[in-house]
Design a protein around this ligand. Structure first.
Ligand code: PAF
Length: 281
């Protein structure tokens, strides 16, 4: 497995592969791998001849009061895991390599970022879209894989890729879950034992949403939001950031329940902010 720290290094490697006629898959990450990340890498390995993974904790997507400095990092472990899975190249730039001077050019995806995490984390998607556009320009893959846990991120990247004419296929990969249903996330490591028990409320609330919709027990988004809020608040340490009920393409809230329906949650469990979602068809 090749480990590249500079833009020139990874560009040279990928251009060699491409001139050999090989298809290149790409998995952008912020590291601290769990099974979810590994499943994205395996998907890329299945769909392409060479897989590049980037590990970069991107400062521009964190708000001033967010966890950039404490975000979990373990590069040696990540490199070993990537190698075991069969990844061909890892790109591990430092902040100076990615942002040599203060950035003056930003990628802003409009409308799709008005609600959900776009509303509760102002500037977050500007940082995400900008770094992913930079990574796409640097790595120049044929396809890139993103997890569906960050449903809004996936839609934003799909739109950015289309609007900026990147010749890259965007692939969404299903949410990877712990045996009890908790969506895998590097931030799960922040949870205490007691908080971990409460964290299951997100998955359970989404199952409840699916049942309530299937059985026609709710007809409006506000009825569904009320039922989910009551359920989540019955778990200790929880504080709801948002309960989104809306259109999965436009990422706009709806008033009346209609399918397909995206139900997406952001909930603080203790100090840890967790997200999860379900697409009800
Ligand atoms: O999902 C993530 O880990 C990050 O938002 C991404 C896509 C790697 C951009 O920094």
């Amino acid at each position: 497995m090749i480990v590249a720290k500079t833009i020139d290094q990874i560009r040279n490697i990928v251009s060699q592969w491409k001139s050999d006629g090989l298809k290149v898959g790409f998995v952008p990450t912020m590291g601290f791998f769990h099974e979810g990340h590994l499943s994205l890498m395996k998907e890329s390995l299945k769909r392409s001849d060479r897989t590049v993974v980037s590990i970069f904790v991107n400062p521009t997507q964190f708000g001033p009061k967010e966890d950039f400095s404490t975000y979990p990092r373990d590069l040696d472990r990540d490199l070993n895991l990537a190698k075991e899975v069969g990844v061909h190249g890892v790109f591990i730039p430092d902040v100076k390599e990615m942002y040599p001077s203060q950035n003056k050019t930003w990628v802003n995806v409009e409308d799709l970022t008005n609600h959900l995490c776009g509303a509760s984390r102002p500037g977050h998607f500007k940082g995400v879209a900008t770094v992913v556009a930079k990574l796409f320009n640097i790595v120049q893959p044929d396809l890139a894989i993103f997890g569906e846990k960050d449903f809004q991120q996936l839609q934003v990247i799909r739109r950015m890729t289309a609007d900026l004419n990147f010749p890259i296929e965007i692939v969404g990969a299903p949410i990877f879950r712990e045996p009890d249903g908790l969506a895998m996330s590097s931030r799960n490591t922040y949870l205490s034992r007691e908080e971990r028990k409460s964290a299951i409320c997100l998955f359970k609330a989404l199952q409840l949403a699916k049942r309530l919709v299937a059985e026609n027990k709710v007809t409006t988004a506000s009825q569904l939001q009320r039922a989910l809020a009551d359920f989540i608040e019955s778990f200790p340490f929880t504080q709801i950031d948002y309960i989104f009920v809306g259109d999965p393409e436009l990422l706009e809230p709806v008033n009346e329940i209609r399918l397909p329906l995206l139900v997406a949650l952001a909930v603080f469990v203790g100090k840890t902010r967790l997200i999860d979602n379900i697409l009800i068809r």
